[in-house]
Write a protein that binds this ligand. Structure first.
Ligand SMILES: Cc1cc2nc3c(=O)[nH]c(=O)nc-3n(C[C@H](O)[C@H](O)[C@H](O)COP(=O)(O)OP(=O)(O)OC[C@H]3O[C@@H](n4cnc5c(N)ncnc54)[C@H](O)[C@@H]3O)c2cc1C
Ligand SMILES: *[C@@H]1O[C@H](CO)[C@@H](O)[C@H](O)[C@H]1NC(C)=O
Ligand SMILES: *[C@@H]1O[C@H](CO)[C@@H](O)[C@H](O)[C@H]1NC(C)=O
Ligand SMILES: *[C@@H]1O[C@H](CO)[C@@H](O)[C@H](O)[C@H]1NC(C)=O
Length: 503
């Protein structure tokens, strides 16, 4: 079991690796080295600069609404204070004391509000549950959530106007979706984190706490784990990197996101890499009107489900414009796999991320996802029709069998190998706090997450969150109709300008 004198190697400098390193170093661990193939000391996690980890992104949703999952809800409420403290620390720093890639006007969490809504007259059960459990656990946060239904809610609107009239535009953002026939709520204490800058700041805090980094290729890229097998017991004694060097350790923590199972073969039925489809609309510099309209001051992050019950046809969201003028839209009701040979284990096929920057690069997206995104964006934001989508990305989730993280010792290695991944699309918000609980798992101090995050693998006959579908499943990219940049423009024909009256 790990202790503060252990020589610890962490593979991966995304959210899981950074947060783990930070909390271990602050707890007195003296010998931590993080390896990553990404040259994050030079490219600052910028998503269009060769970085393709899930954490390298322009923005991510920050929400506290977690249905009936009280453990994550509590952690989200708690981490919000740390995000705000990080904002403050940056704002009050001398410019010279900030790392490259950050300036004193950078905010990491922007409380632009987060809108959750779905079709129909009734709140989605998950949203209703979120409101209930927040009301019970944190009434002051519930006060900052405002319900919206198809018929309109004069009282809620009035309550919001009393907070500030500027929220009213955001409250009406959703009016054009499904001709107003939607229900949901706006949470004005939620918003977005600026993902790349947040990682830059977390890495800076790690360095200050004494963590060492080996970044970039070939020196930071793991080629294989080094195993020792003395007949009775197997151990992992270090890693080999692509520069041919061997680095020895007491413990290797693999926090390699979607690449984790390609490093730890046993993890192939504990976690699976799946792609979310992300599309962008770049608003030109000379359209300050639109840059203002989609700015976080006027436009919240949103998350929408189209279609009711089992017939949900679209699930995705939109994010406020980045400083560079980039609007992001995501699609996630179907996530895609890309099966390939396992790099070290013979006769094993697993899903491994394919991105614009991998050996076998990809710059297309599933046509079905693209069509639904076009349909929703043109309906709700006809002012974007003239631009069309201008870029795309497959962003790789690491799914577990039940959407809880996987943070535990890998069985069979005498506590020398630890897995730290399984973000399932909802871990970015926990960057400042996740490592507190990773340390508990490492030191075997039981907490509220110990049973949720324990090592577990797909069981035959269960749904397993898609992990049992395998290569023959319906979401394997090599068998799907893919769309490229030719298909990015929206339909030339804008939808009718006179929409039916609001319900
Ligand atoms: C489309 C999408 C949308 C999301 N939206 C949200 C959201 O709105 N809110 C939210 O809270 N969360 C969101 N998430 C989830 C969040 O982004 C992830 O949970 C989190 O970023 C995962 O971090 P990670 O450290 O596990 O993985 P990653 O960020 O992928 O990091 C893994 C690291 O391992 C490195 N690596 C891989 N192989 C090797 C190797 N052989 N040698 C060395 N290094 C290696 C990679 O370079 C990378 O830096 C989203 C995820 C996706 C995919
Ligand atoms: C609103 O949407 C719901 C769910 O899709 C549907 O059942 C209902 O008929 C719609 N109402 C109107 C007036 O269109
Ligand atoms: C094998 O490894 C285990 C664990 O490190 C150790 O306890 C044991 O003594 C080793 N046996 C031999 C023969 O080296
Ligand atoms: C879903 O759609 C199918 C076919 O279009 C229909 O038969 C079914 O009743 C719908 N289910 C729900 C829950 O709306």
């Amino acid at each position: 079991m790990a202790s503060s004198d252990s020589n610890v190697i962490i593979v991966g400098a995304g959210v899981f690796g950074l947060s783990t390193a930070l909390w271990l170093a602050r707890a007195g661990y003296k010998n931590i080295t993080v390896f990553d193939r990404g040259a994050y000391d030079k490219n600052y996690y910028a998503p269009f600069n060769g970085c393709d980890g899930a954490s390298s992104d322009i923005n991510k949703i920050f929400r506290m609404a977690y249905g009936d999952q009280l453990n994550y809800q509590t952690l989200a409420i708690e981490v919000r204070d740390i995000w705000l403290a990080w904002n403050k620390a940056i704002k009050t720093s001398a410019a010279a004391d900030l790392p490259n890639g950050l300036t004193v006007d950078d905010q990491l969490l922007i409380e632009c509000g987060c809108y959750f809504f779905s079709d129909g007259q009734n709140l989605d059960p998950f949203d209703a549950e979120s409101l209930d459990s927040i009301a019970k656990q944190a009434p002051e946060i519930r006060e900052a959530q405002f319900i919206k239904t198809p018929k309109g809610n004069a009282a809620e609107e009035e309550r919001l106007r009393n907070v500030s009239p500027t929220w009213i535009d955001k409250y009406h953002l959703v009016d054009k979706f499904n001709h107003g026939n939607t229900s949901g709520f706006l949470d004005i204490n939620a918003g977005v984190t600026i993902a790349d800058k947040s990682c830059v700041y977390a890495r800076f805090l790690c360095v200050k706490a004494g963590v060492k980094f080996v970044l970039g290729e070939p020196q930071g890229k793991l080629e294989s784990l080094i195993y020792e097998n003395n007949g009775t017991q197997k151990r992992v004694i270090g890693i080999k990197t692509y520069d041919g060097k061997r680095h020895f350790s007491d413990l290797v923590i693999v926090a390699a996101g979607g690449w984790t199972a390609s490093i730890i073969p046993e993890a192939h039925n504990a976690v699976e890499a799946t792609a979310g489809t992300v599309m962008f609309v770049d608003i030109p510099q000379d359209r300050q009107d639109l840059r203002r309209r989609f700015h976080a001051d006027h436009y919240p992050v949103w998350s929408y489900q189209r279609g009711a019950g089992d017939n949900k046809s679209y699930s995705g969201g939109g994010y406020p414009i980045s400083k560079e003028g980039r609007l992001k839209f995501s699609f996630r009701n179907r996530k895609f796999t890309s099966f390939q040979d396992h790099p070290t284990e013979p006769n094993l096929r697993i899903s491994i991320p394919r991105t614009k920057y991998t050996d076998n690069p990809i710059d297309t997206v599933p046509r079905s996802a693209l069509s639904l995104m076009k349909e929703v964006v043109t309906e709700a934001f006809p002012e974007l029709i003239e631009f069309g989508f201008t870029d795309s990305r497959l962003c790789w989730y690491t799914d577990s069998i039940d959407n809880d993280y996987v943070i535990d010792y890998v069985p069979g290695y005498s506590d020398s190998l630890f897995i730290c991944t399984g973000g399932c699309g909802h871990a970015f918000k926990f960057l400042p706090i996740l490592g507190r609980h990773v340390r508990n798992q490492l030191e075997r101090k039981p907490d509220q997450f110990t049973t949720l995050w324990k090592w577990r693998t797909a069981e035959e006959g269960k749904k397993n969150n898609g992990l049992s579908e395998g290569e023959k499943g319906p979401r394997e990219i090599s068998r799907l109709d893919m769309a490229g940049s030719r298909d990015f423009p929206f339909n030339k024909q804008p939808p009718p300008t006179t929409l039916p009256p609001r319900l």
